[in-house]
Design a binder for this molecule. Sequence first.
Ligand code: SIN
Length: 535
Amino acid sequence: MNKKNISEIKTDFLIIGSGLSGLYSAIYASKFGKVTLITKSSIQESNSYWAQGGIAAAINDDDSIEIHKKDTLSAGCGLNNEEAVNTMVSEGTERVQGLINQGMNFDRAESGFDFGIEGGHSRRRILHALGNETGKAVVDFLCKEVEKNNKITIYENSFVIDLFSDSKSCFGCLVFSDKEKNKISIHSKATIVATGGGCGLYSQSSNPSSTSGDGIALGLNAGAVVKDMEFIQFHPTVFSKEGAQNFLISEAIRGEGGQLVNHSKSRFMENYSKQLELAPRDIVARAIFNEMRTNGEKNVFLSLKHLKPSLIKNRFKNTFELCLREGLDITKDDIPVSPAAHYMIGGIKTNISSQTNIKNLYACGEVACVGAHGANRLASNSLLECLVFAKRAIDSAVKLSKKEMKIPKDLIERAKKCSLISSDKKVESYLNYRILLSQTINNYVGILRNKKDLLLALNEISSIKRTNLDEFDLIDKRLMNLKSLTYLITKSALLREESRGAHIREDFSSESSKWHKHINWKLNNGTLRFSYSKQ
Ligand code: SIN
């Protein structure tokens, strides 16, 4: 393969990622121009696809935008950007209504929508579809729209190597297309990063391992500011059985009355919160972790035996079937669960128009950090965030000057240098590093953190030598991205000497007013530097 051979395409909107934000922004952008949608797998495959709980929106009669806002702020422990929360909960109802008008079917009860409830919500406000397969239902619905839209060109199995950026403006990206077995230079007026989060980096995660934070690394390498990386949300209940795969046991099951019990079959949540199993998920995750540690067990159990079998089999059909495959009939057997990494609250810093600090570069969904979740995301607010800020990214991008910007020559020359071929030895060594780093952050940068463990983790991470990225190949790039992300999570967790929301330090066990601020990261001449900000 000739490493100098690059084909070129031009587009109005370049959208990277095919989760809910990517699909939604692609469809909306197609009203205004030509769209190119890039995904590293297939368009049906994304973390959004696996979302179970649903979409929180204040549309039930007993609810209001104010109450939804209050619940979101209360979960966020003082670090939310209030403007972002306002925007999300108010415009969210319109976006959800828009989906319903377009024909998206959410589950209904006799009297209207069958609203669910999850931890931290004071009202039933969660719309769900196909029982607890909401992500699949919404993604399938939008995929059909994308596939029949002739303004959208899709590149599947295509890995973005770099954004074309001179640290002031973004001009598009360089992508390796598996289909064309070649590099493609995409020249775009607006670039929207919608690649999802990075919790698949943890060895114990509710996410697929492909959820590896690539978009955050792309943003960082392009000169974008990345913030709040210490806030990794752990889901309290992920299926946890020796030898079996981890999968999410939705919080919505606790919403319908599921009870947590320890190995002595005693309920324990009353020792931790008045809200019992429906306390915000940082509290439930920590309670479970504490039970496991105190009793020296690898899991606790979620018990549904007291619930109607018909409710379990209909509303949670998917979970019922997955557990049956693992030999458990959950209408009779308790489900072994433990917490696992679930959602990356931090990401590429944006304003409420989804704009980054780089001109023409936008980010939305889990890859972005607009500040709506603060230090702890309220359950089922993430799909809502995707819809609201995907639309806002496009609304802002259409206002950009239509004058074409030329990609600086040196960026193209640099792109030509990236080789697509790596030796087998190099690939093997990358895979070994990935396992090492996944276990390192899992063991030392988990639910409960302390200085000693965090320093151990930093030591492991720094044992990976930086590659000279003047002459590089795809594997070098992936390894450096992995190193940067694990470093940002760990170093931010070390810097934040307090416990707040999803970030808990054993050695600084309370919230501190000194830490009512955010940690921002930026790459300056090849070195990662941090600063603090109020927003
Ligand atoms: C769940 O169904 O428990 C996950 C929902 C979410 O993470 O928002």
